[in-house]
Design a protein around this ligand. Structure first.
Ligand code: URA
Length: 324
């Protein structure tokens, strides 16, 4: 077995061990690599020092805020899909610093493109240059998990949300809360299983909510900037045939496009040659449960299916159409 595979096996077994023991996997694994005597995992490409900081970005106008606290609802159906966010201890506030500017799609890879997708993702996941995010002004703050993303590394569709919420932070996986349950339904109605697709977020860590005992908040532009290189490399590794950006914040993080969702959805965008469909975030649908809003998302998903060459039945075409 090559020296690389020894190192990779070590990284993976360390992750499993940490995960099983219920401990946040990333700092420990990265620390263990250092203790193991390697300056960096083999297969990880050295990156140049951070580029000069860019100008601070304006605060994002949240036309459709996605990870904001969910409203209470008495509707039984709605309650089965979403309720109040679980109470979590508010982490201490982070000190904002300006991270290095990164234009959409532009980044220095830290993993060797000659390696397999699994190897590259495993290394990216624990790469000391990216995670625990030594360049990130927020990475050192308390959260339970880095929510890296998961799914089929050969997926034809990659769904990208904005940031982990409390549920995702607790579990270490993206979209496992109420919005995630709805996303799973959308994926199923499209004809896929969740395990067929790849799901990730712009931010890999849950944004802090200082002074707030529960709920989530949308990521700030500087936080998105900081996480971009990891997401961009993830996309380059998976190379899906299509990306679905869930919500306006995801579009801002991915493409630097600040247009409102009504202007973004229903048409194709391009991310380094990969077609991108923007649609409303599942959390938006949880708050706006009218068939008309569901229909908009469904029409976007039909465009994705069509683009990927999948058959669309008459039944498919009829979902959420309002009569009259
Ligand atoms: N909302 C997101 O954007 N991402 C998640 O992982 C969960 C909720």
């Amino acid at each position: 077995m090559s020296r690389f595979h020894n190192a990779l096996d070590f990284v993976l077994s360390e992750l499993d061990r940490r995960r099983e023991s219920g401990y946040g996997d990333w700092r420990a694994a990265a620390g263990a690599i250092q203790r193991h005597g390697a300056a960096r995992p083999r297969g990880v490409v050295p990156v140049p020092a951070a580029v000069a900081p860019g100008p601070p970005e304006p605060e994002d106008a949240q036309e459709e805020s996605e990870t904001t606290p969910m409203p209470k609802s008495d509707d039984a159906d709605a309650l089965s899909l979403f309720g109040e966010e679980p109470a979590v201890a508010a982490p201490k506030s982070r000190t904002a610093k300006t991270p290095p500017a990164t234009a959409p799609g532009v980044y220095e890879p830290v993993t060797d493109p000659a390696l397999s997708k699994d190897e590259r993702l495993a290394l990216l996941r624990v790469c000391p240059q990216r995670i625990p995010c030594t360049e990130c002004p927020y990475g050192q703050e308390p959260h339970n998990h880095v929510v890296f993303g998961n799914g089929n590394v050969d997926a034809e569709i990659m769904f990208i949300g904005e940031a982990p919420g409390a549920d995702e932070d607790a579990k270490g996986e993206p979209f496992v809360g109420k919005a995630g349950q709805l996303l799973n339904k959308i994926i199923n109605v499209m004809g896929y299983q969740r395990a067929d697709v790849y799901v990730a977020n712009i931010l890999k860590c849950r944004p802090d909510t200082p002074g707030q005992a529960y709920g989530n908040r949308p990521p700030r532009p500087d936080e998105m900037q900081s996480c971009r290189p990891t997401l961009f490399e993830q996309i380059d590794i998976i190379r899906p045939k299509a990306i679905v950006a869930l919500g306006a914040t995801a579009m801002k993080g991915l493409m630097d496009d600040e247009s409102p969702m009504r202007d973004l959805r229903g048409r194709w965008h391009d991310f380094k040659g990969i077609p991108v469909m923007a649609t409303y975030h599942p959390s938006y649908l949880l708050r706006n449960q009218s068939p008309a809003e569901k229909r908009k998302v469904w029409e976007d998903m039909l465009l994705v299916k069509e683009r990927l060459g999948h058959a669309i039945t008459e039944k498919d075409r009829g979902y959420f159409l309002t009569k009259g």
